[in-house]
Write a protein that binds this ligand. Structure first.
Ligand code: MF3
Ligand code: CO
Length: 248
């Protein structure tokens, strides 16, 4: 079932989203060569606690950590680890904030030290593809319009869009209907209605789009070991257009 949120519910999700955005901003200052993603995990958990919120991913379907931290060829759901980040790594930090029962979900990919020109381009294209998708998130447009905008831009830049993982509706629980594909055809699929809240979260690979899940049962990696990046925002569909609840 696709739920329609009231203005008040959207406002509460926006409060969660603002906190999430401020946490990502803090991460920009501390993510560097030598810090581990397990330390980042603790930082996020403490930060949210200090601000009266909790990390919704922890314990969700048995997921063991507050954040997902996906390094280089890891596409999503990377487990935080104790090994320090190295010069040239790229790392995607994904988190879901629960503030008084309202959720928001956002992921960013960060460069560590000096990264290759190709990694830099991958990050830029991924971020831009998210905004191409968001531009389509208007009442009367369809999910296919969002997917098409993302896919056509990413492929024009020589990269590929992951198919196995999608954005999603979000409400009292992390994953609600509908599934938000990051590929598709214009005018296809569900028409967007005022009051829907969805995530748009393209995962973009340097090489082929195929992925597989690691032996830990969670972490998806690129099949060809190429780099992967991701940007994600939580978006409310309003009569005035897309409202990014997790904007910085
Ligand atoms: N934040 C993820 C998403 O964007 C949800 C991950 S669920 C977890 O859909 F359990 F893996 F954390
Ligand atoms: Co997320």
């Amino acid at each position: 079932m696709i739920t329609i949120k009231s203005d008040e519910e959207i406002q509460r999700m926006y409060e969660a989203g603002k906190l999430l955005a401020s946490c990502h901003k803090e991460l920009r200052n501390i993510l560097d060569i030598g810090i581990s993603t397990l330390e980042i995990n603790s930082f996020v958990e403490d930060y949210l606690k200090r601000h009266g919120a909790t990390p919704e991913q922890k314990g969700y379907k048995g997921y063991p950590y507050a954040i997902c931290a996906s390094i280089n060829e890891e596409v999503c759901h990377g487990f935080p680890r104790k090994q320090p980040l190295q010069n040239g790594d790229i790392v995607t930090i994904d988190m879901v904030v629960n503030l008084d029962g309202a959720l928001a979900d956002s992921a960013w990919t960060y460069p560590i030290g000096t990264i290759s020109a190709s990694a830099k381009k991958l990050i830029e294209v991924t971020k831009k593809s998210l905004y191409k998708g968001i531009e389509q998130a208007h009442v009367g447009h369809t999910l296919g319009d969002i997917g098409h905008a993302i896919q056509s831009y990413v492929e024009s830049q020589g990269f590929s869009v992951v198919r196995e993982f999608t954005g999603h509706g979000i409400g009292p629980t992390i994953h609600e209907e509908p599934e938000v594909f990051h590929f598709g055809s214009p005018s296809d699929g569900l028409p967007l209605k005022e009051g829907m809240v969805i995530t748009i979260e393209p995962m973009v690979n340097e090489g082929e789009w195929y992925t597989y899940v690691d032996s830990n049962g969670w972490t998806a990696k690129t099949f060809d070991s190429s780099l992967s990046a991701q940007y994600e925002h939580t978006i409310a569909i309003t009569k005035d257009g897309p409202f990014i609840l997790t904007a910085q």
